[in-house]
Write a protein that binds this ligand. Structure first.
Ligand code: GLA
Length: 734
């Protein structure tokens, strides 16, 4: 039996058209990706869109339109952009790939992987193009594995994860952009002619400025609940390039993968080069539908512990910064325990013996507790936490060192730096990046976590930070020939290390932090439970940042903390009610010195934490419906989460501007069951009187077609009035 015939037996969804031609159907509940895999011919892309049945699949190639190679390679038509380019051992710069084999196999978690193997027509050079689907998920992951049997290394000069032709119409692309403390801002624009590139070259982190994810609305300006949207997320923590090439055809050509600009790769005979996955989703329920697809796939299959609810925590950073001492930590632990929190995280400043970590210019790498600050060590703090009935967590930045550290004194060869040049130093004027391409450094980083966890198995949570880009391109570990591997091998090394950590400590909660939101990407999230959205904790600005971040990432992964007022980054004075109402729309935590809170504020927070525990499953496991965008500047923003069974929902409304007698739109809800009766309960109420609809019931139909009026301001005593207003409503049906 030929392999191609075998394939049709293996995959129920595969239909065979002419002899030797294979229509490969990669299907999810609501989408289809169709390829034409004819043996000896290039693999052709046929279709990506709503789910197709046998009839339309059979006739699809008769519908006209251009056909494109599903994974275009460089060489025979050099004027076109390609997903892969390579220089063969003999100097030949061309590739000419043809289908040799198609296979499908099941993975342990029920996922199905379809692999199309292509070989070069002349050279022993092979590319496997893979597509993975998961039960109940509308996301398709695609990636490639390249190898060869040529006598000498082949130099890979471009290695995209995937390619997708997008039929021109009025395609708008939404992307995230920003900066440190201003991450995750949304920008939407129609695709221009020629080239649009979204890229990153930081090396270690990759989501402060732009993001490796996009939404493509196929029908003009994207809508939240309607319209055809393709979402794409490159699952990678390193340098990326997303590229839309709009040429003279009827199509935009979308490519996404590792950015090749800092990297070429000398692939040895028999070695495999695997690209990160590009996750694609198609939805006809607008941006919101695509987001919900990503969130569900993420929680079910990608995010570490995506099925477990997250604890309410207090992090010490904005409360005390580097001023770590035992009395202070004990006081903070008592305060968060007293307010109903479940976890305390001691941030930066607890370590360093020869060089105590009193500021950001020393000690990274010296992960030994400073007993002058903490006489009873970590153990003492764990015991205190335990006595208070809360868990204990700790901050580390294991990929880094400082030139002023014992680690650097012992192992200057561990750092990233070009040979023959002085190191370039980052944060604090002394920070250096460890070369994770080096297996000894991989062991060292693993041991930072392993030693902590072995000595203090009580540790429940680690905040894993990364506060420097790769500086001074070069590796002291790699050979002269392979200096161009650094950026890629850094992330291979990081991933290998994280895999080891996760194998040994699957239940440990680990936060990805990178100077705030530098590591919001699906490449690292299999090893992390959540990420720090931004070092900016200002509630008003967070509405914008969390809105954008929610395009691709679920609330369960978005750490969102109540902090002090005036805010430390923006100096904005924001009432506790508003700060709480924003923080409660993500993974709630606190980032404040509770000692400076009044008793009334503590009581307000105690109630909010208790209420958050009630809505936590809805926020962290529910479906998001974004209702009124802050980017539309209508004076307010609103979103809601709905439980999968649609029995419960939480509705958020935040005023974003303050003018007297302003007219704000009434927000209609979404995602509810039209026939269910929902009882409305306001959470975090500060008003003297309840809302007129408090305790009343409404059908989902009414709430979705009419909505509820939100008063412009809070009904409070004169001395409590301020320029903010926000609401959190719980909706419950039996
Ligand atoms: C980074 C993080 C902060 C904090 C500091 C500690 O900036 O983003 O949250 O942990 O490091 O130095």
């Amino acid at each position: 039996m030929g392999k191609l015939t075998l394939l049709s037996l293996l995959t129920a969804s595969v239909a065979v058209i002419p002899m030797f031609a294979e229509t490969v159907h990669v299907s999810t509940p609501k989408s289809s990706l169709i390829l034409d895999a004819v043996k000896g011919e290039p693999l052709k892309f046929v279709y990506y869109g709503s789910a197709l049945g046998d009839n339309d699949i059979k006739n699809i190639t008769s519908t006209g339109g251009n056909t494109f190679n599903a994974y275009p390679v460089y060489g025979l038509w050099p004027e076109k952009e390609a997903a892969m380019s390579a220089v063969h051992a003999d100097g030949n710069m061309t590739l000419d790939m043809a289908v040799a084999d198609v296979k499908t196999m099941k993975e342990a978690n029920g996922a199905e992987v379809t692999t199309v193997t292509m070989t070069d027509k002349v050279y022993p050079f092979y590319i496997d193009v893979n597509y993975r689907t998961y039960p109940g998920s509308d996301v398709i992951e695609t990636w490639t594995v390249t190898s060869h049997d040529e006598k000498k290394p082949v130099k890979l000069t471009r290695f995209m994860s995937g390619y997708l032709p997008i039929r021109r119409s009025d395609v708008h692309v939404s992307q995230l952009y920003g900066s440190w403390a201003n991450e995750g801002k949304v920008e939407e624009a129609p695709l221009p002619h020629n080239l649009k590139v979204i890229k990153n070259k930081d090396g270690a982190r990759n989501s402060h400025t732009s993001h490796a994810e996009v939404m493509m609305s196929l029908d003009g300006k994207a809508q939240e609940q309607t319209g055809r949207v393709i979402g794409a997320a490159l699952c990678y923590g390193g340098n990326y390039k997303l590229m839309f090439d709009t040429d003279d055809s009827d199509y935009h050509h979308f490519f996404a993968g590792i950015n090749e600009e800092n990297s070429s790769y000398n692939l040895k005979k028999g070695e495999k080069f695997e690209t990160p996955a590009l996750a694609l989703t198609y939805s006809e329920e607008g941006l919101g539908g695509a987001s919900r697809n990503f969130h569900k796939w993420g929680r079910d299959y990608r995010l570490a512990n995506g099925d477990k609810l997250r604890k309410v925590l207090l992090n010490s950073w904005e409360g005390v910064y580097f001023d770590i001492n035992e009395a202070g930590m004990t006081q903070m632990m008592k305060d968060i325990a007293d307010m109903g929190g479940e976890l305390f995280v001691m941030d930066d400043g607890w370590f360093g013996v020869k060089y105590p970590r009193n500021n950001d210019s020393t000690s990274l790498g010296d992960w030994t507790v400073d007993t002058t600050k903490l006489p009873h060590g970590i153990k003492g703090l764990c015991n205190t936490a335990d006595g208070l009935g809360i868990k204990f967590g700790i901050w580390i930045e294991p990929e880094m060192t400082n030139s002023k550290s014992e680690l650097y004194e012992k192992h200057p060869e561990y750092i990233v730096k070009a040979p023959n040049r002085d190191a370039v130093e980052g944060r604090g004027g002394t920070q250096l990046v460890l070369d994770l391409a080096n297996p000894k450094v991989q062991d060292l980083v693993f041991n930072v976590v392993d030693t902590l966890m072995t000595n203090y198995p009580e540790i429940d949570y680690i905040k894993w930070d990364s506060n420097a880009p790769i500086m001074n391109h070069g590796s002291q570990y790699q050979t002269a020939d392979n200096q161009s591997h650094l950026y890629i091998d850094y992330h291979k090394g990081l991933e290998k290390t994280l895999q080891r950590i996760r194998e040994k400590y699957p239940d440990l909660t680990i936060q990805a932090c990178a100077s705030g939101g530098g590591r919001a990407n699906w490449g690292i999230l299999p090893y992390f439970d959540e990420f720090w959205v931004s070092d900016n904790t200002d509630a008003l600005q967070r509405i914008y940042m969390q809105w954008g971040t929610s395009y691709f990432f679920p609330a369960i992964a978005m750490a969102s903390h109540i902090s002090a007022s005036p805010n430390h980054q923006t100096n904005r004075i924001v009432p506790l009610k508003y700060r709480t109402d924003v923080a409660m729309s993500g993974r709630l935590g606190m980032e404040i010195q509770p000692k400076n809170m009044t008793d009334e504020e503590k009581e307000q927070t105690r109630k909010a934490i208790a209420d958050y525990k009630k809505i936590r499953p809805i926020v962290q496991q529910g479906d998001i419906y974004r209702l009124l965008s802050p980017y539309d500047h209508k004076g307010a923003a609103s979103l809601m989460y709905v439980s999968p069974d649609k029995k419960d929902a939480v509705y958020y409304w935040w005023k974003t501007e303050q003018f007297v007698n302003q007219q704000l739109p009434r927000v209609t809800m979404a995602g509810l069951d039209p026939d269910k009766l929902y009882t409305v309960t306001e959470l975090n109420r500060v008003d003297n009187e309840p809302l007129p609809y408090e305790g009343k019931t409404f059908t989902g139909r009414f709430l979705m077609s009419n909505g509820l009026e939100m008063p412009l301001s809070h009904n409070v005593d004169w001395n409590k009035r301020n320029d903010y207003a926000s609401r959190v409503l719980m909706l419950h049906s039996n």
